[in-house]
Design a protein around this ligand. Structure first.
Ligand code: NDP
Ligand code: MG
Length: 387
């Protein structure tokens, strides 16, 4: 690569953000951190800034602004605070690539701002596409930017469809590990605790996505994400359980040929690919040795027991603001489960209830998404209080 790509990392202190920093440090000739954004982990942000020397840092939780300024005084690093500062930072001309790696709905406005600035967006924050996929993909096209997935399944599909005609793609097969509760029945799920749900068999990730993996909502969100990234309807996006997490996803073509992308369960590779695309650089990460991994197995996903997956398909089929309802209800319910205020199966019940009571909007605009998110959070909270 001739020029160094300057990256704004939104969520630099998170699981994806920290691994992105490892990637940046492995390729100093190709990528550099230009902006670091975090919500409230000021101490780690300060440490990262001192090491990487970005042009700017943003701390969203404004009460920590002075602490960060004080710690970075004399370094020449610009410090800003608050949500507006994030939107301004992603649009700056110095930023070549925006890595959206914050968690949840909070990613929506920054991803939209990056799209409207025509940026190369490396997207980990799947929730933004789930909430407002139509709006974001339209803006990416309108302003001439690009959207490269970081999610390992979508990175796999992106690599499988490279060089293929869209009409040749028959279906996408997303693989899922099945999470820690694979094979359990609903009675067993009533008694699972947050600590058990946080033990993912193959991946070490942030808390929210780890719970989503245990409920299969993560796969449901990924079905919706795949719809917007690859332009296929729900019935041509399938999910198969593959407990080893070695095949990251597959694409079946019209002639019956199936392509898969394989790798170790290590997010540094899809992060690297999204940051340096279309280049493939030789990194220091451990490589897949097929003789070491043993048998690769597949089984159907149990949508009856893991209702969230069925609800996500339903939200995608309904379209409009329904995926936004699904997402907001899920975010609130997951937090309540983590605080042990509701049981694991109640997460699905709350989402279903919100979906059945929400006002449907077929062609929502940004204001509709914001209002739908607000209404749903309030509704979900009320349901939790009475559950
Ligand atoms: P983490 O919880 O580990 O990290 C979240 C990051 O987002 C933290 O840096 C946090 O800052 C920051 N953040 C939270 N709220 C805001 C906000 N309002 N504005 C700006 N930054 C904010 O999450 P993960 O890294 O696990 O996941 C991030 C995203 O990537 C999610 O959308 C997830 O679905 C997706 N993803 C993650 C994978 C993984 O392996 N972890 C795999 C595939 C996708 P602070 O630390 O200060 O709170
Ligand atoms: Mg994934």
């Amino acid at each position: 690569m001739s020029q160094v790509r300057r990256v704004a990392i939104l969520g630099s202190t998170g699981s994806i953000g920290r691994q992105a920093i490892e990637v940046i440090e492995a390729f100093p000739e190709a990528i550099a951190a230009d902006v670091l954004v975090t919500h409230s982990n000021a101490e780690l942000l300060i440490e990262q800034a001192k090491r990487l020397r970005p042009r700017q840092v943003v701390i969203v939780h404004a009460a920590l602004y002075h602490r960060v300024c004080e710690a970075l005084a004399g370094t020449g690093i610009r410090v800003a605070a608050g949500q507006e500062a994030v939107l301004a930072a992603v649009q700056q001309p110095q930023v070549d690539v925006v890595l959206a790696a914050m968690v949840g709905y909070a990613g929506l406005l920054p991803v939209l701002a990056a799209a409207q600035a025509g940026k190369h967006i490396a997207l980990a924050n799947k929730e933004a596409l789930v909430v407002a996929g139509a709006l974001i993909t339209t803006e990416v096209r309108r302003y001439g930017g690009c959207l490269i997935p970081v999610d390992s399944e979508h990175s796999a599909i992106f690599q499988c469809v490279a060089g293929e005609a869209h009409q040749s793609v028959r279906r996408i097969i997303l693989t899922a590990s099945g999470g820690p509760f694979r094979g359990m029945n609903i009675d067993q799920l009533r008694h699972v605790r947050p600590q058990q749900a946080l033990q993912h068999p193959n991946w070490k990730m942030g808390e929210k996505i780890t719970i989503d993996s245990a409920t299969l909502m993560n796969k449901g969100l990924e079905v919706i994400e795949a719809h917007w990234l690859f332009g296929l309807p729900a019935e041509r996006i399938e999910v198969v359980i593959h407990p080893q997490s070695i095949i990251h996803s597959m694409v079946e073509f019209s002639d019956g040929s199936l392509k898969a992308q394989l790798g170790l369960p290590d997010m540094r590779l899809p992060i690297q690919y999204a940051l340096t695309y279309p280049q493939r650089l030789s990194g220091p990460w451990p490589r897949l040795d097929l003789l070491q991994v043993g048998p690769l197995t597949f089984e159907p996903a149990d949508r009856n027991t893991f209702r969230n997956l069925a609800l996500a398909y339903e939200a995608l089929r309904l379209g409009g603001n329904m995926p936004c309802v699904l997402n907001a209800a899920n975010e609130v319910a997951v937090q309540a489960f983590l605080k042990e205020r509701i049981s694991f199966p109640t997460i699905s019940r709350i989402i279903e209830q919100c979906m059945s009571e929400a006002d449907f909007i077929g062609q929502p605009g940004l204001e509709d998404y914001i209002e739908t998110d607000r209404w749903t959070r309030q509704k979900a909270q009320a349901l939790i209080e009475t559950s």
